[in-house]
Ligand binder design. Structure first.
Ligand code: DHB
Length: 388
């Protein structure tokens, strides 16, 4: 197969990139090792920054985000037995949308297939060759075990945190890495919402997040040990833990039908481009989930890359493409800091001293009691302006 841009990975980054390139008349081939059903049903993130929503709706990728998604104009930070609202629209004039990632993926897949996109499920990329040439190649295998070779002007690794493209780009240098001594226990339950807006709670027993999915389905998380076995808790025990983490809030309880343990890690690849091969989204970086930056950061990478590829492939201008890694990494590090900050401010560190505990409450108070503090949080949460 011969195309202009070979995209490995049909997640939010890969699909949105092929969509935006298509609008410039730049053709691409997208492959993913997973099936369409698996991609469309895996429960992932839920919060979209305002800029992400503008890109999805403005480019025709998704109108449903505005009709089926829910605009949230603030969140609640809870600590020391009290809730404090951070008013996003009041402080920065921006908002976020609750619209699950798998719904974004359904919209993007439908839009790409309608446009006649060459989108291949069940095709597993094995390696990338010729990064330093102007004809890089992807060597892949389809479900029947047959070799698929895709030759392109540019190869994009949008294949997530277990990227097979990453090493081609970063070599042995890899990236900057950090692990955290805790994880999140996530549940989906059948119950009415417990709160209109999301609640981020710092409690003496550790963090909890009360999020939502729909009128009858709720998403909640609580801080747990990274070695936790998700099946080891009874439902009654899960509710007992959740109740203790949001003192002063009455939770609407109901049957728990999905549970998972999310790892906490930060990673940034030292390089997001080598020659004609680039990385976007989780293939290039991982953030801990607090603050919901992961998918939004993937979208921001794609916006920068689309402009760079337009200049390279339509005008023969290599300057934006040459600067891609440096440009994208500036926002990546701001988001890394934001995710690290929200995480450190809200979680209980194992072995935390009395001093650490009171300092953390002092930090939370200095954010919620200051217009500048609330605006700082709101700006990061709703998302800094996208490069256009
Ligand atoms: C959700 C996840 C997050 O990491 C977050 O900060 C907010 C919401 C969610 O899955 O609903």
């Amino acid at each position: 197969v011969r195309t202009r841009v070979a995209v490995i990975g049909a997640g939010p980054a890969g699909l949105l990139l092929s969509h935006l390139l298509g609008r410039h008349g730049i053709e691409s081939v997208v492959v993913d090792s997973r099936s369409r059903v698996e991609i469309e049903t895996t429960i992932r993130a839920g919060i979209l920054e305002q800029g992400t929503v503008e890109i999805l709706s403005g480019s025709g990728a998704s109108d449903r985000v505005l009709t089926a998604g829910h605009r949230h104009e603030g969140i609640e930070l809870r600590f020391d037995g009290e809730g404090h609202r951070i008013d996003f629209t009041g402080s920065v004039g921006r908002a976020v949308w609750l619209y699950p990632q798998h719904e974004v993926l359904k919209d993007l897949i439908a839009a790409r297939l309608t446009a006649g996109q060459d989108l291949r499920f069940g095709v597993t990329a094995e390696r990338v060759e010729g990064a330093e040439t102007d004809r890089p190649r992807v060597l892949a295998r389809d479900a029947g075990g047959h070799t698929v070779e895709i030759e392109a002007d540019v190869v994009v690794g949008a294949d997530g945190s277990r990227s097979v493209v990453r090493e081609t780009v970063t070599g042995a240098y890899g990236g900057s890495f950090r692990e955290y001594p805790f994880a999140w226990f996530g549940i989906l339950c059948e119950a009415p919402p417990s709160s209109e807006e999301l609640i981020y709670s710092n409690s003496p027993d550790g963090f909890a997040l009360i999020s939502r999915r729909g009128p009858g389905v709720q998403r909640m998380y609580f801080q747990c040990d990274p070695g936790t076995d998700a099946e080891a808790y009874t439902e009654e025990r899960l509710w007992e833990i959740l109740r203790s983490r949001v003192p002063g809030v009455t939770l609407n309880e109901g049957p728990v039908f999905q549970r998972d343990v999310l790892r906490f890690r930060s990673f940034v690849a030292h390089e997001m481009r080598r020659g004609r091969v680039v990385l976007v989204g989780d293939a290039a970086h991982t953030v801990p989930p607090t603050g919901a930056k992961g998918m939004n950061l993937a979208v921001a990478d794609v916006v920068v890359l689309t402009e760079a590829l337009r200049a390279l492939l339509l005008d023969g201008d290599e300057s934006l493409f040459g600067a891609f890694s440096d440009t994208a990494r500036q926002r990546v590090w701001k988001a890394q800091h934001f995710s690290w900050w929200m995480t450190s401010m809200l979680h209980r560190q194992p072995g935390a001293s009395d001093f650490d505990h009171w300092r953390q409450l002092g930090e939370l108070r200095s954010v919620v009691e200051s217009a500048a503090g609330r605006a700082y949080l709101a700006e990061g949460y709703t998302g800094w302006p996208l490069a256009r």
